[in-house]
Design a binder for this molecule. Structure first.
Ligand code: NAD
Length: 371
C-alpha cells in the first residue's frame, strides 16, 4: 500500500506558510506516495485547493489524521491534533518539542516519530533540507524592507534640483543567513551598508556583498560554524565600540543569534538613547528575546525618538516564496524516508538519526509498521 503523506493546515496565530505546495505534491506522488491536503491548506500562502487537486492531492478534513504515515507541518500542531495521529506516524516540521512541555508529552505519549527539522545537522548533504536557512533568507529581506518603510529618509543617494540627499547608513548586526540577505537587500536599495559579526569568516562574506565589515575587535568563532557566547570582557569591548558607532547610523537590523539560547542583548537602552532621533532599529531576533534591550516583541515602539520594531513571523510576510522553499526542504527530507515507494527509516543515516526527537527509539522502526 502506498505511503500516505498528509499536510496539516497551520493553526498558530500569524502563521501563513504551508509545508506542501502543488509542486511538492507532484514530487511526492512521483516518489510513490499518496498525498492528502487538508482543505484550505494553502490559503495563507495563496495556493488554492484546486491547485493541490490538479497536482494529484486529495482534499481531506481532520478525520483523515489517523490515516497518515507521514504528517507535514510548518509549526507543531496543537496537542489534541497530535493525539489523533496514529502511533508510529512520522511528524516533520519546525516542531520545537522542548519549547512546550505539553507538546513534548503529547509526542511521547502517542508514540509519534518526531523529526524537528531545526535539529538537522547543517552538513553539505542537508543543505537542500535546511529550513533555518531558507526561512532566514526571507526574514532578513523583510526586516530591511520594514526598516526602509519606517525610516524618515531615502536609502539611496539622490541628486535632485532640490539638492543632494546622502544615502542612509545601515548597520546589520549578525551576518548569518538572515544578516547576509539583509545586507544584500539594503545594498540593492542603495544604502551605505556595514555588517558585523563575532565570527571572523563573515568579513569576506560581508565584503563580497559590497558592504563594509565593522571591526569591533571581538572574535567568537565556535563549534560547527556557529558563534559561541562571548566572555564578559569581550562583550564589554564590543559594547563600548558599538555605542560610539551607532550615533552615526540611520537604520540597524539585528539578526544575531546563538543556537539554543536566548538572543544576546547587544544594543542596550543607553545606546538607543545615543542614536539620532528618527533612527530605526528592526530587531529580527525579537522572536528569541531580541538583540536590543528595548525591543517589544511583536510591536513597534518609539524610544528617545528612535523607532524600534520587533516583528514576529517575518517569514510569513513572504508566505508564498517562503512556503515554496520550505515545502522543497520538507520534500527532500521526506524523500529520505521513502525507499522504492515504501516507508523506511535508515537509522545509520545521520540526517535521520540526529534529527529524530528525542533520540532514535530503542525499538526503532525500520519500516512504516507502528513501533
Ligand atoms: P544564527 O541565526 O544562529 O546566528 C546569526 C548570526 O549572529 C551568526 O552569524 C552569529 O555568528 C551571529 N552572532 C551571534 N552572536 C553575536 C554577537 N554577540 N554579535 C554579533 N553577531 C553575533 O546563524 P545562521 O544564520 O543560522 O547560521 C550561521 C552560520 O552557520 C552561517 O552563516 C554558515 O556559516 C553556517 N551554516 C552552514 C550551513 C551548511 O553548511 N549547510 C547551512 C547554514 C548555515
Amino acid at each position: 500500500m502506498a505511503v500516505v503523506v498528509l499536510a496539516m493546515k497551520e493553526t498558530a496565530p500569524g502563521e501563513r506558510r504551508v509545508a506542501l505546495t502543488p509542486e511538492t505534491v507532484r514530487k511526492l506522488i512521483a516518489a510513490g506516495a499518496t498525498v492528502l491536503a487538508q482543505r484550505g491548506l494553502g490559503d495563507g500562502a495563496h495556493f488554492a485547493d484546486a491547485a493541490y487537486v490538479e497536482a494529484g492531492a486529495q482534499l481531506v478534513g481532520d478525520d483523515a489524521l489517523p490515516q497518515a504515515d507521514v504528517v507535514l507541518c510548518v509549526q507543531a500542531p496543537p496537542t489534541d491534533a497530535i493525539a489523533r495521529l496514529r502511533p508510529g506516524a512520522a511528524l516533520v516540521g519546525i516542531l520545537q518539542p522542548d519549547a512546550e512541555p505539553a507538546r513534548a508529552d503529547a509526542l511521547r505519549a502517542h508514540g509519534i516519530l518526531a523529526f524537528p527539522l531545526e535539529r538537522l545537522p547543517r552538513t553539505t548533504r542537508a543543505q537542500a533540507m535546511d529550513v533555518l536557512s531558507s526561512q532566514a533568507g526571507m526574514a532578513g529581506y523583510k526586516a530591511v524592507l520594514i526598516g526602509a518603510q519606517l525610516a524618515p529618509r531615502f536609502f539611496p543617494m539622490l541628486t535632485t534640483a532640490a539638492g543632494t540627499i546622502r544615502p542612509s547608513k545601515v548597520l546589520v548586526v549578525g551576518a548569518g543567513v538572515a544578516g547576509l540577505q539583509a545586507i544584500a537587500t539594503a545594498r540593492r536599495l542603495g544604502a551605505q551598508v556595514e555588517g558585523f559579526d563575532v565570527r571572523p569568516e563573515t568579513r569576506e562574506q560581508i565584503e563580497s556583498l559590497g558592504a563594509r565589515f565593522l571591526d569591533l575587535g571581538v572574535s567568537a568563532a565556535g563549534e560547527g560554524g556557529y558563534a559561541r557566547a562571548l566572555t564578559d570582557e569581550e562583550r564589554a569591548e564590543q559594547q563600548r565600540r558599538l555605542a560610539a558607532h551607532l550615533a552615526g547610523i540611520d537604520v540597524v537590523v539585528c539578526t544575531a543569534a546563538v543556537p539554543g539560547r536566548r538572543a544576546p542583548t547587544i544594543i542596550d537602552a543607553d545606546m538607543v538613547a545615543g542614536m539620532r532621533p528618527g533612527s530605526v532599529i528592526v530587531d529580527l531576533a525579537a522572536e528569541t528575546g531580541g538583540n536590543c534591550a528595548v525591543t517589544v516583541p511583536g510591536q513597534t515602539v518609539e524610544v528617545a525618538g528612535v523607532t524600534v520594531a520587533g516583528p514576529l513571523d517575518l517569514a510569513s510576510l513572504g508566505a508564498t516564496h517562503a512556503s515554496e522553499m520550505y515545502a522543497r526542504n520538507v520534500q527532500h527530507f521526506v524523500s529520505l524516508l521513502l525507499v522504492d515507494g515504501a516507508l523506511a527509516f535508515d537509522w545509520t543515516d545521520e540526517l535521520l538519526a540526529r534529527t529524530v526527537w528525542p533520540q532514535v527509539p530503542a525499538t526503532a522502526p525500520t519500516s512504516g509498521a507502528p513501533a
